[in-house]
Design a protein around this ligand. Sequence first.
Ligand code: ZN
Ligand code: ZN
Length: 355
Amino acid sequence: MRAASDAVPARPACYLLGMRAMLLPAPARIEARPLQLAERPIPAPGAGEILIRVEACGVCRTDLHVVEGDLDRRRADLVPGHEVVGRVVGCGPGTSRFAPGARVGVAWLHRACGVCRFCTRGAENLCLSPRFTGWDADGGYAEYLVAPEAFVYALADGVPARDLAPLLCAGIIGYRAFARSEAQPGDRIGLFGFGGSAHLVIQIARSRGCEVYVMSREPLHRELARSLGAAWVGGSFDPPPHPLAAAILFAPAGDLVLPALAALDRGGTLAVAGIHLSGIPSLDYERHRFQERTLRSVTANTRADGEALLRLGIEIPLRTHTVAYPLEAANDALADLRNDRIRGAAVLEIWDGRS
Ligand SMILES: [Zn+2]
Ligand SMILES: [Zn+2]
């Protein structure tokens, strides 16, 4: 029997250094509210890492794929979230890039190995042993997270965190998808699905003089597309009125690959932006691939993509349309995303940067 003086305290000592986080004990459909609010120790930054207090974290469709188990489970009690805006509050051994108080962003690519045959040729998005934020490593659905300083982005002060958060994945992956579509200035480009990423890509495309055709079944998304200057807006399976030089598929629906390929002009390219896609029905060579139509995927991003997108965000400038939720409403934000109820991008607002 324990002596009274040995009594286990009602709360562990780490409570004093605790933080709130939304944990994923096990994947489940979002209706079952799989994320649970929990208290966890504030993580300690290791060598080369910084500790970041999270101001806001965007809610991306990839989070939904992680939470619902469409993507393999990498570990238990994960904290999702990979569109993180915050402030540096701690620096691990060997760090020098950021001073405490600096504003930074953490994106999907948490780290790449730096030595494999892809990293060494500048294609770290294809790294053979990468780690991803909010999948392999704890992400930003929490008050704090740690990240390697070499993979963190410097962000501007003076902009609300919720306006910056969607740039960290919706923006960066959208930028890479736009590049992979090979759309040239003045081209007609089609966007299939119009969520957080597409609402930024339309702004990039229009800044290059492209004419943008949007295919979406959701009235809310169609209205946003029109307000952002789409030349034409139709339903998901409606053929656009002109052949498209390029197209990007954002919706995770494999059955849209066929109409998207059929909508391409000769020599056109379709880039699939998502990390997960439902089954693609069988292709008809004549209708979908002949005349040198190209089908490509988009896999993660390099740091160069991230830096380029953040520069563009200032130059154009990109304007994000967001819907804000508190941290503890992450299940609601993901359910709204799944049910196409978000106009633009959902963001968890976690810290106002003052208290
Ligand atoms: Zn590598
Ligand atoms: Zn994402």
